[in-house]
Structure formats: C-alpha cells, structure tokens
Design a protein around this ligand. Structure first.
Ligand code: AP5
Length: 194
C-alpha cells in the first residue's frame, strides 16, 4: 500500500502514520522527522533546513525531494509506505508524481485528517516541541498550511482516492476509522482486479 497523510500541524499525521504502518506492515516516512534528524546531526541537508524549520516555513523543494527519494524507493521494495508531511504543496505533489510514476511508486490513496484550528493549537502548545511549537510559530505554520498545503486536497481529489477523516476524536477512534476505510478500498481494488 502507498498512502499519503495530509493534515495541518498537530492534526495527528505522525501519530496515525505509526499506527497505519504497524497495522499494514508498511514503512512510515516522515519528512519532518527526517529533517529534524539532519538538523541534529548537522548534515548538509540539516544546515540548509535548520532556519526554515525554526521559522515554520517550508524547506526548499530540492532539499526535501533529494532527502526522500531513496527512503521512498526502499519502502516500496519493502512493501509500501505511509508518507507523513510530504508532499506539502501542489508543486511538490506534481514533481513527486512525475518521479514516482516512472518508478511505479506513486501514491495510491491520500487521507486528509480534518481537525479544527483551536484543537490544533491546543495540541501543539501542549506538546511544546523545540523552536517550532511556540504560539507565534504555530500560528505561522497554520497559515502556511492554509496557503500552501490545503490546495493539495483538490489536486488529490482529482487524481487519486482522497479520504477525509474526522481527526478531532480520540486517537484509537481516528485509527479505527482510517483502518476501516483502507480495508474497504483494498477489497474494492481486489474485486475490481478479480
Ligand atoms: P512536520 O514535522 O511534518 O510538522 P507538522 O506538519 O507541522 O506536523 P506535526 O508533526 O506538528 O503534527 P502531526 O500532524 O504529525 O501531529 P502529531 O501526530 O505529531 O514538519 C515540521 C517542519 O519541517 C515544517 O514546518 C517545515 O519547516 C519542514 N517540512 C516538513 N515537511 C516538509 C516538506 N514536505 N516540504 C518543506 N518543508 C517541510 O500530533 C501532534 C500532537 O497532538 C502530539 O502531542 C500528539 O500526541 C497529539 N495528538 C495526536 N492525535 C491526537 C488526537 N486524536 N487527540 C488528541 N491529541 C492528539
């Protein structure tokens, strides 16, 4: 399975991606986690990305695309992926599709986790992760989501299966809802291929 999770900061992408990966035996790839690891290790990618992360701005596409190419192909060879945080703009989605299509690794289903802004802010302030979970940076990250990432929903609605899930419920309920919908999709795909 090749799955993409879309959601605003704090929507629960990382939390649900872990559960999906374990449930379906696929690899969780988080662009944010990988970028933070590069920053901690002080690599070339980390040095290029550091200030973007601290401000809550998007890291340039070329940096993110280079970082993700190998892990994505490796994940497909190992059975599939759940992408969390990438693509994040229509341009990234188009570029990723062009690259992935040739390799046979394009996204099959996109899942949008819908959560009200007040709940997103509450979760992020409660978590307090490093420099990007301050009130000012959280507000900016939410604005970046609305301006750059939300338009991607139309892109995936037109070209892929787009599932919308109410992410404002307890973690196990959200996970259950995603699992049921993915299993239904899988069954439909199997009967279409039979
Ligand atoms: P990234 O790490 O992707 O951060 P984000 O999208 O802002 O999302 P978060 O990790 O904050 O939230 P999440 O939706 O994963 O929720 P989580 O499960 O953690 O990106 C960070 C930065 O990296 C970006 O700002 C950008 O600079 C850069 N970047 C990353 N990808 C990029 C790309 N493709 N292009 C360019 N730049 C890129 O949960 C959040 C909290 O809520 C946790 O405490 C959790 O326990 C809690 N929680 C989760 N679910 C629930 C629930 N159902 N009920 C109650 N609490 C919950």
């Amino acid at each position: 399975m090749r799955i993409l999770l879309i959601g605003a900061p704090g929507a629960g992408k990382g939390t649900q991606a872990e559960l999906i990966a374990a449930r379906f035996g696929i690899t969780h790839i988080s662009s944010g986690d990988l970028l933070r690891k590069h920053v901690t290790e002080g690599t070339t990618i980390g040095r290029a990305a550091k200030e973007y992360l601290a401000r809550g701005d998007l890291v340039p596409d070329s940096v993110v695309m280079d970082m993700l190419r190998k892990p994505t192909v490796a994940a497909v060879q190992a059975g599939g992926y759940v992408l969390d945080g990438f693509p994040r703009t229509v341009d990234q989605a188009k570029a990723a599709y062009e690259t992935a299509r040739g390799l046979g690794v394009a996204v099959e289903v996109a899942i949008f986790l819908e959560v009200p802004t007040a709940e997103l802010t509450r979760r992020l302030l409660a978590r307090g992760r490093g420099r990007d979970d301050t009130p000012e940076v959280i507000e900016h990250r939410l604005q970046v989501f609305e301006a750059k990432t939300r338009p991607m929903l139309d892109y995936y609605a037109e070209r892929e299966e787009l599932l919308t899930v109410n992410g404002a419920r307890p973690v196990p309920e959200v996970a259950w809802s995603i699992t049921v919908q993915l299993q239904q999709l899988r069954r439909r795909a199997q009967s279409a291929g039979a």
